[in-house]
Design a protein around this ligand. Structure first.
Ligand code: DX5
Ligand code: ZN
Length: 218
């Protein structure tokens, strides 16, 4: 399965957002990770629909939207219409995850379920047939720049084993604290979509993204 970098713009310089996105495009990134926080499901607030819409107008990158919001059922259609290609929502935040997945699919978008560090892999098992991706958080969602929790990689391993048996094409995304120094361990655990925020942005994003992509191809 191909390894994919999904740079998280949460760590970008928003004054220069267009330049930051162009930099990772030049480095060869094909995907962009968009972190939406509502101040309810997570303690912080990031950005929402208008930002997504502006990005969509100017790039063909695949937009991987990570909704850290309560009651995602109320918002997924609007995020789809603003230009998301894939919508990830938190299992812990949805009353009826299967219904949320149907809403995303009805808009013709790819759908993913995300789990926090304390949520077991067994919780996503009932939805495996309905998702394109499972996002395993390796930090508590809410802030960039935290350290990866190594125990979460055991969950990635468990999920990859489950996927090998039941859905080999499942994309497994890891988000939180990924750096060039722990990338090999994350890939080895079975993730194939790698989010990196502070390790890509906040400096020379082109060079840092290029370095990640080269390491992921090894
Ligand atoms: C955290 C977000 C992450 C964040 C990752 O809640 O979901 O996507 O941007 O940032 P780093 O890579 O700095 O941990
Ligand atoms: Zn994220």
């Amino acid at each position: 399965m191909q390894n994919i970098l999904s740079p998280s713009i949460l760590a970008a310089d928003f004054w220069r957002l267009g330049e930051e996105i162009s930099a990772v495009e030049r480095a060869g990134a094909k995907v962009l990770h968009i972190d939406v926080m509502d101040g309810v499901f997570v303690p912080s607030i990031s950005f929402g629909m208008p930002v997504l819409k502006s990005i969509r107008k100017r790039t063909d990158l695949f937009l991987d939207v990570h909704l850290m919001i309560q009651n995602p059922e109320n918002y997924v259609e609007e995020f789809a219409d603003c230009g998301a290609d894939l919508i990830n929502f938190h299992l812990e935040a949805a009353r009826d995850p299967a219904a949320v997945l149907s809403l995303i699919r009805a808009r013709g978008k790819k759908a993913g379920i995300t789990i926090k560090p304390g949520t077991p892999v067994s919780a996503v098992e009932p939805y495996l047939e309905l998702v394109d991706m499972v996002l395993v958080m390796t930090v508590e969602p809410g802030f960039g720049g935290q350290a990866l929790i190594p125990e979460c990689l055991e969950k990635v391993r468990e999920l990859r084993d489950m996927a090998d048996r039941r859905k080999p094409e499942l994309a497994i995304e890891v988000d939180g604290g990924v750096k060039p120094s722990n990338l090999a361990a994350v890939l080895e655990a079975g993730a194939n979509v790698i989010v990196a925020g502070s390790a890509v942005f906040g400096g020379d994003a082109e060079e840092k993204a290029r370095d990640f992509i080269a390491k992921m191809a090894d």
